[in-house]
Every structure is written in structure tokens, then in C-alpha cells.
Design a protein around this ligand. Structure first.
Ligand code: COA
Length: 261
């Protein structure tokens, strides 16, 4: 085949399959950004492929056989409080695309790491733990947890939170962990404070909550954080024992006025 024929054929394929062309453009763009070091500040320490276990809960990379569970999980009630702009997948093909994406990210040590949480004793899948580096915030990582409805309110959320903190801080490369949730998510706020992560600030318009097909509500985000030194000093355990009340997240401090200075 001559060069002209090859070019004509590729051009034809690209016109005939715009989604393939988009994918090609996206992966070429991503490869270039990697070469230029644009993702350096999103790198995470390597996650063990065999998983990381704490108190009977294991976080591990997804596999092909998790497709059915993951699709049901994404479409379960309550997940709109976790998605923050993502839309639930419904097909096996979408799951396979997600699997390729998450594997690539884990291989290249670029977050988010999507990890399945499973009960070690029964082998049952209970939820998802995602971990990523906060861009431009030196040595800070964020994580998010969502559990399937029948696994909620059994204590898994607190164990999963501790598991995440132990892995992240245990790598020795991260000095601060953040969590953000919608201010309307009282259970997440309470559970996060139980983990010793104080509310740091309220961020207006930071959170998207799906309210129907193609519709969303914009909520303020409630940002919690903890430093490694506090966690390692056992501060988290001590604060957790205090049991905060299930009250709404506090409003941000008013900006100081001239009169109050
Ligand atoms: C938020 C979430 C991860 C918490 O995990 P969980 O396993 O349900 O919570 P736990 O069982 O570990 O409970 C944590 C604390 O919250 C309390 N709690 C849990 N669910 C509660 C509820 N519905 N009402 C009141 N208190 C509740 C528990 O009693 C426990 O406090 P205690 O130890 O002082 O008794 C889980 O409910 C979930 O996945 N929700 C849907 C998705 C989501 O909102 N994710 C977070 C957004 S980023």
C-alpha cells in the first residue's frame, strides 16, 4: 500500500469512527502530557496489587469479575451523595472502559486509585475507596468512600476510613489528608469527624448532587483534614472517642469587618 493510500485509509477510518478518533486524540494528548511532566504532582506511592487489609476489610484493585457488583453499586440509592458529577455506568462495556482506565492509573501511579472494599471473612464486596493526590497541594491526598446500601451503618465506613489513613500516611510520602463531602451529607460529616478529621472549611458550590436524569443540585462542600503527625500521635483515636453530635456542619466564620478588627 502506498503512503497516499495509507493516509486516505486512516483519514477515512477517523471520519467514519469519530469516537475512535477522539480516543486516539485523548491518549496521544495524555502521553504527551506525561512526557512533559504535567502529571508529576498527581503521582501517588504504588498501591500493593494484592491489596491492603485492616480489621477484616481489604482494599484491592478491581477485576473483570467485579463488573456486575460495580454496576449495581453505582446505580444503588444514596450514591448521588458520592458521585460528585460522575454519572452511574449501566453497561458491561462502560465497566470495561473503567477497568482499563483504573488499571492504567494504578500502573502509572497516578490517582485516583479506584479500589474495591471487600470483607475478608466472607469475600463479599462492600464498597469503593478512591484515593488521589490533591493537585498543587504539596504532600496532600484525598480519599472518598461509598458503601453499598446493605453494607452501610455496620461500622465498615469507620474501618475503611482508618484503612485509607493507615495506607496513605504509612507510605511516608503524604503529610496531610483531606475529605470533602456535600454539606447535606450528615452521616459522612459525622463519620469523618469520628475519624478525627476536623471540619476545616466550607467551600461554596463545590459539590454536585444528581437529583434526576441530567439534573443536579449544587451544594457547598464541607472540607475535613488531618495531619500525619496528629494521626500518628494517636490524636485520631482520642478525637474519635469523643463522639461529636450529629449536627450540621458549622457555617464558615464570617469575614472580619472593620468594626471587629
Ligand atoms: C458515609 C458512609 C461511607 C458511612 O459509612 P457507614 O459504614 O454507613 O458508617 P459506620 O457504620 O461506620 O458509622 C459511622 C458512624 O455514623 C453513625 N451512622 C451511620 N449511619 C448513620 C445514619 N444513617 N444515621 C445516624 N448515624 C449513622 C454510626 O452510628 C457511627 O457512629 P458511632 O460509632 O458513634 O455509633 C456510608 O454511609 C455511605 O457509603 N453512604 C453513601 C455514600 C456516601 O455518602 N459517601 C460519602 C460521600 S464522599
Amino acid at each position: 500500500m502506498t503512503l497516499t493510500q495509507t493516509v486516505t485509509r486512516v483519514a477515512h477510518q477517523v471520519t467514519a469512527a469519530p469516537s475512535a478518533a477522539r480516543r486516539l486524540r485523548a491518549s496521544a494528548g495524555e502521553a504527551l502530557r506525561w512526557r512533559l511532566g504535567m502529571y508529576d504532582d498527581l503521582q501517588l506511592p504504588p498501591f500493593p496489587l494484592s491489596g491492603f487489609t485492616y480489621l477484616g476489610l481489604r482494599a484491592r484493585p478491581y477485576e473483570e469479575s467485579d463488573a456486575e457488583w460495580r454496576l449495581a453499586f453505582e446505580n444503588a440509592p444514596g450514591m448521588e451523595l458520592w458521585e460528585n458529577g460522575d454519572r452511574p455506568r449501566t453497561t458491561r462495556a462502560e465497566y470495561e472502559e473503567l477497568l482499563r482506565w483504573t488499571r492504567r492509573r494504578i500502573e502509572r501511579q497516578r490517582g485516583p486509585y479506584l479500589l474495591l472494599l471487600e470483607d475478608v471473612a466472607t469475600g463479599a464486596s462492600v464498597g469503593d475507596l478512591s484515593i488521589w493526590r490533591v493537585r498543587e497541594h504539596y504532600r496532600t491526598a484525598e480519599y472518598a468512600i461509598a458503601l453499598a446500601p446493605d453494607a452501610r451503618a455496620h461500622g465498615h465506613g469507620l474501618v475503611a476510613g482508618r484503612l485509607a489513613m493507615r495506607w496513605i500516611f504509612g507510605t511516608g510520602e503524604i503529610g496531610r489528608i483531606e475529605i470533602t463531602h456535600s454539606v447535606e451529607n450528615r452521616v459522612a460529616c459525622y463519620a469523618t469527624r469520628r475519624l478525627g478529621m476536623a471540619v476545616e472549611t466550607i467551600i461554596p458550590d463545590a459539590y454536585s448532587v444528581r437529583t434526576g436524569p441530567g439534573e443536579e443540585r449544587r451544594d457547598a462542600g464541607c472540607l475535613h483534614s488531618i495531619l500525619r503527625d496528629d494521626f500518628e500521635a494517636g490524636e485520631a483515636e482520642r478525637l474519635a472517642a469523643r463522639r461529636p453530635s450529629m449536627s450540621p456542619a458549622p457555617a464558615p466564620d464570617p469575614a472580619p469587618t472593620d468594626a471587629s478588627r
